[in-house]
Design a protein around this ligand. Structure first.
Ligand SMILES: [Zn+2]
Length: 247
């Protein structure tokens, strides 16, 4: 990361959320390339198949059919956001009642909400509400419709790790504004995109970043997509896709 010395460490993002909003779900970034940018983060699989958790350099994909696979170097991803995580601060949290309360705890611990923050929480959860997107087939539907096809899973009494980011609101569309967290259980078997949580006690580690590198796809679909048309109303679509329970 020597090239970034003058701006500090950078988060590295592969594709943009608005490309997903437009239904560009092909895996266009090899895991090997993403792994070079960091061993901590999240994303989604080729064909929007499942939720990616990157923790300690291991790429686990939690599929919409309930399976988990550890991805190899030649597997591909539609979207990923990774960092070379090394906590600036770490402190215990106890009895966190909700997702929103956890994000409040993050915001209390950082110097500014206008920077990017990577968040890692190792702990015990009374419950975690997860979703996993189901594999889509071409021609893809826009994200707002595709997310109706998702698995939801309420996991109770589980030990595991939250991995994710809190981004400034002005970056909605490039990434997810606000908090975006994925979960992996300590045994690595259960995971997904976090819709909610309760009764969390553990260790909250945060690293702040003032630099972001965004890698755009060079696929024919991306190069020819009418993103401006596709993302009209994208803010509402992202909010729904990130938080909506389908049940
Ligand atoms: Zn997610």
């Amino acid at each position: 990361m020597g090239a970034n010395r003058d701006v500090g460490k950078a988060l590295v993002q592969f594709s943009i959320v608005d490309a997903l909003v437009a239904g560009l779900f092909d895996g266009v970034f090899p895991v090997a390339e993403v792994a070079r940018a960091g061993g901590f983060g999240l994303g989604c699989g080729d064909h929007m198949d499942g939720e990616l958790v990157v923790l300690d350099g291991v790429f686990r994909l939690f599929h919409g059919d309930g399976r988990m696979t550890v991805l190899g170097a030649s597997d591909s991803l539609a979207f990923a956001e990774v960092a070379d995580f090394a906590a600036d601060s770490s402190s215990p949290v106890d009895g966190v009642a909700s997702f929103e309360a956890l994000i409040d705890a993050v915001r209390e611990r950082v110097s500014s909400v206008n920077l990017f923050h990577a968040v890692r929480v190792d702990g015990q959860f009374a419950s975690v509400s997860l979703r996993e997107a189901k594999r889509q087939s071409k021609p893809y539907l826009p994200l707002a419709e595709a997310v109706h096809d998702q698995r939801e899973n309420l996991v109770t009494g589980v030990r595991g790790t939250l991995v994710g980011f809190v981004a400034p609101g002005v970056f909605q569309g490039v990434t997810v504004a606000g908090a975006h967290l994925h979960f992996v259980s300590v045994d690595g078997d259960v995971g997904g995109h976090v819709l909610g949580l309760a009764g969390l006690s553990g260790e909250l580690a945060i690293e702040s970043y003032s630099a972001v590198t965004v890698r755009l796809p060079r696929s024919a679909d991306f190069l020819t997509a009418d993103l401006d048309a596709a993302v009209a109303g994208a803010d509402a679509a992202i909010r729904r896709a990130e938080s909506e329970h389908q049940s």
